[in-house]
Design a protein around this ligand. Structure first.
Ligand code: HEM
Length: 205
């Protein structure tokens, strides 16, 4: 009997009911440390709470931000550490006509992903003529009505002006929060005469 009862009150309970009311002597081991699962639970909770609040206040999951840091294609691209090298023919596939492919444009050899602005670079976009090609020359001259301006051929242009314009446009696409650099495009050697001189309106913004 002593084995079950630690004091007289427990002994009375035991004798009346026949049930052992002994307080368990082996106590649960107290948890003092967070484990990985706890951390994951807290993080998951915070992500859910953040998404809920963002949806509530902005009707988007990212507080209205839709730049490249929430673009799965950009995240995949930077995680792959890859830089692509296209031929002009390959680049032409990325002109926005195939909705399953991204939209690319090139400026003097550098290729950028501009899929984030289909209203500008998509088939009906205001600047769709730049998509799927390296139209460095048109970026300098601003002549958008002449088919042969959409080329990487910069011959006969003022080289200082061309270099400055091209650098400035490449910087625009590089530093944009929506577009990103994907690689380079090959320039076959230029043959024949350069396009006739044309000067359109300069970029006003
Ligand atoms: C060398 C001349 C020019 C070049 C290379 C050029 C190029 C561009 C490009 C690449 C964009 C798209 C920017 C983006 O992705 O956000 C753009 C937008 C725009 N450009 Fe030009 N541009 C030129 C001249 C002009 C001129 C002369 C005007 C007007 C008089 C103009 C009006 C606009 C407007 C209104 C937009 C916004 C388009 C939209 O959101 O759909 N541009 N330009």
């Amino acid at each position: 009997m002593e084995f079950f009862a630690k004091n007289s009150v427990q002994l009375i309970f035991y004798m009346k009911s026949g049930v052992d009311h002994t307080i368990p002597t082996v106590r649960m081991k107290e948890r003092t440390n967070f484990n990985l699962l706890d951390i994951l639970r807290i993080l998951g909770g915070l992500i859910l709470l953040n998404a809920f609040l963002s949806w509530h206040f902005t009707s988007t999951k990212t507080w209205g931000y839709d730049g490249k840091w929430v673009n799965p294609r950009y995240l995949k691209h930077i995680c792959s550490f890859k830089s692509y090298h296209f031929t002009l023919e390959e680049l032409s596939l990325f002109d926005g006509s195939d909705p399953n492919l991204p939209i690319y444009l090139a400026i003097n050899g550098s290729v950028f992903d501009v899929t984030a602005s289909p209203q500008i670079y998509g088939p009906k976009g205001s600047y769709s003529f730049f998509s799927g090609k390296d139209a460095a020359r048109a970026f300098v001259t601003g002549c958008f009505k002449k088919e042969d301006e959409f080329t990487y051929d910069l011959r006969n242009l003022d080289s200082t002006e061309a270099e400055a314009d091209i650098k400035s446009w490449q910087n625009f696409f590089l530093s944009s929060g929506r577009y990103f650099y994907v690689g380079t495009v090959e320039h076959p050697p230029l043959v024949g005469e350069p396009p006739a001189l044309c000067s359109g309106k300069k970029f006003p913004h």
